[in-house]
Design a protein around this ligand. Sequence first.
Ligand code: TMP
Ligand code: ZN
Length: 418
Amino acid sequence: MVETSQARGNFIHRTCCRICGSTKLDKFLSLGPSPLANNFLRVDQLNKKELHYPLDVYFCNKCHLVQLLDIVPPEVMFKDYAYITSASKPMELHFAGLAKDVVNNFKVSKDSLVVDIGSNDGTLLQYFSKMGLRILGIEPASNIAQIARKRGVTTINKFFSKDCAIKIYKKYGFADIILATNVFAHLDNLENILYGIDYLLSKDGVFVIEVPYLINLLDNIEFDTIYHEHLSYFSIYPLIYLFQKFGMKIVDIKQIPIHGGSIRIFVKRLTKKQSQNVSKFLSTEQNAEIDSLKIYTKFAKKVALVKERLVKLLKTLKNEKIRITGYGATAKGNTLLNYCKIGPDILDYISDTTPYKQGRYTPGMHIPIFPEEKFHREPPNYVLLLAWNYADEILQKEQKYRQKGVKFILPLPVPKIL
Ligand code: TMP
Ligand code: ZN
């Protein structure tokens, strides 16, 4: 049997592409070793050894999937999870729109079952419930699954898999809608997941995925969205390859503005119908030459330049005794901070609205996290916008403080003072 992975201490290194199995893989960027991006530390953990893992990015020459090959066991990453959907108001609005989009464009009946993979605190499912549909969440993080249950969202505290799909079918029947928002990129064994989807999805059902889009990542130099949880950086081309293996087809794609530029993909069993959007996306990808390693080596050079400029800017400000804080203790912020080595000597603290993160410290760089009231009470001179994906909302929300002179620093694609 061909070896497809090797155990390397506390993580696994894949030796072949997670979609096509090819071993023609080229490493083009190394951002680590890094700690886990959502592993916010309590004060008693600060002096303990923190595990670091490689954060290397590869390009598959055969199916063009951009991916990580060093895999931290999901049980380690998702057992106790810090991200909660309802902490970000813009995500609530976004999910309300997603529920409407799906129900308006695909056939559902009153007793249709909606299954959400990686259902978090149940925010998205609640919108389907309000429309009278049956809902079921699958959420591996037990702390988050508990929150969802308290809100009345039936939630299975497990990783989705083929076995899990069989159990769901036996108890609830087929699903007309299966959702996977911001979770598909987290999955290593995509084939097992697809077996599960294939088993559970009704004949005419729709599988809806939202993932950050590789083209946006490359265009806006969003290198900070690379962290161990995100194993794949999707474009349409490799996804078509994946779904074809299961007799499924992408029937429509929409560009959506969340998380720095994402795509919403609708997948059905093989059907003749396909929106023209699919070929439009494919030709955009061809024009961007995402099939050639050259693009990725260029990207890596741009990443190094962002680091150089950002660190220079922050150090210059700091030398002038200017007070700087961070805004939004995001997971991606931790890639940025660790890669650029920005610590508490530069950022006094980071403000964040998530109660779980408040009072904790960022992984690796150990910057303390405080509720946003601290930012309002003692505004800094400059603030590094780590939650840049919500730039519009945050700049508007903090308008009063900006008028008082607080300056926001946008780190990407080129460090900029606003
Ligand atoms: P996300 O980018 O993964 O959605 O995480 C956003 C983080 O930023 C989350 O921890 C909540 C925080 N946040 C704030 O602190 N203030 C805000 O106004 C917004 C929109 C988010
Ligand atoms: Zn491949």
